[in-house]
Design a binder for this molecule. Structure first.
Ligand SMILES: Cc1cc2nc3c(=O)[nH]c(=O)nc-3n(C[C@H](O)[C@H](O)[C@H](O)COP(=O)(O)OP(=O)(O)OC[C@H]3O[C@@H](n4cnc5c(N)ncnc54)[C@H](O)[C@@H]3O)c2cc1C
Length: 306
């Protein structure tokens, strides 16, 4: 819990861009999770840097969040400040076949931008919900293609807000659903993405193909956080969970989706504890039956409920 003096110090720096004790269920897609001590939505880079400086000075932890499509916060809530970059939405074409997208640009906007201009290269991301920041931080993608294939450079602010750098491809260590090598607490400000002229009809058709594939294979009608586990090498987490007989299994309000066994859906009244118990049940059953240890793709943050 954040102390009174810490609250006052942050209020002085962030003013209206700061709210205290905000339920994280409001900004995570599974709609579970306890309150964040504070949530900040800095209006620009200067305000963001000032906030990071103030957090560093008072040793207040911060967590950068996109749109929470890959994040679960435990029921006890989140220490310190959750920083949301929804004001960072600039998206523009750059000479030489590039887009510069700020971290808060949503994937829907990015897809629409490419569709309208007939820009090819990013169609595979159509329907992956979230922001450019989350996409880069997660190296999000589909089996054949992921963020690392199109990200040419990432602009990063250091955890204390003191230094801004442009990291080219050689300095970015993308792995399966992760970007390694950034200091913890670094903030991705923007990314330079490679695109090429593709012809509007062709780009549109490719985007629609990706969206249709998703609509048929994912439970898009209930809150979820997408794939819960990473696919183990040469296999699919969903197949293993289904083979363990867990499709449809429930803990409280959380359920392993009947449509895709690597998705957990919130039936309306789930808690983070329900979801995490179901995750451990799936992990345990798959290990027992198939001798495969499943690793979570979803990021779990925050403190246990008291
Ligand atoms: C229905 C559904 C389908 C999905 N399909 C796919 C899919 O096909 N492929 C796939 O890869 N994923 C998929 N996902 C997961 C999710 O969409 C992606 O991981 C997405 O990139 C998350 O973006 P976000 O902005 O919501 O990130 P968040 O969940 O908010 O954050 C994810 C991580 O990134 C970090 N982060 C976010 N922004 C920044 C920033 N600016 N600077 C530093 N760190 C940051 C956060 O700290 C956190 O660790 C799906 C999710 C759902 C709900």
């Amino acid at each position: 819990m954040m102390s009174g003096p810490d609250r006052n110090a942050l209020s002085e720096v962030a003013g209206d861009a700061l709210r205290f004790d905000v339920p994280t269920a409001r900004f995570t897609s599974l709609r579970v999770g306890g309150p964040a001590d504070a949530v900040a939505t800095p209006p620009d880079r200067w305000a963001l840097a000032a906030l990071l400086r103030a957090c560093a000075r008072r040793r207040i932890p911060h967590t950068v969040l996109g749109n929470g499509f890959n994040t679960i916060v435990r029921d006890g809530g989140l220490d310190g400040v959750a920083i949301r970059l929804s004001a960072f939405r600039r998206l523009e074409e750059r000479p030489g076949g590039f887009l510069r997208a700020e971290a808060g640009v949503t994937h829907t906007t990015l897809t629409r931008f490419c569709r309208e201009r007939g820009l090819a290269g990013l169609e595979f991301g159509a329907g992956i919900p979230g922001t450019v920041g989350g996409w880069v931080a997660m190296n999000a993608g589909v089996p054949q293609r992921e963020a690392k294939d199109v990200v040419r450079e990432v602009e990063v602010l250091s955890p204390t807000g003191a230094r801004r750098s442009h990291l080219g491809r050689r300095r970015l260590r993308f792995e399966y659903r992760a970007l390694r090598g950034l200091a913890p607490g670094s903030v991705i400000l923007s990314a330079l993405l490679a695109v090429r002229p593709g012809g509007r009809d062709r780009v549109e058709a490719e985007i629609d193909r990706h969206l249709a594939k998703r609509a048929g294979s994912q439970p898009l009608d209930r809150p979820s956080c997408g794939s819960v586990f990473k696919n183990p090498r040469g296999d699919f987490a969903g197949r293993l969970i289904e083979a363990a007989g867990l499709k449809g299994a429930r803990v409280g309000g959380a359920q392993i989706s009947e449509v895709h066994a690597n998705f957990i859906v919130n039936r309306g009244d789930a808690t983070a504890a329900d979801v995490l118990a179901l995750i451990e049940r799936a992990r345990g059953e798959v290990a027992r039956r198939s001798r495969v240890h499943l690793e979570t793709e979803v990021r779990v943050l925050g403190r246990e409920a008291a």
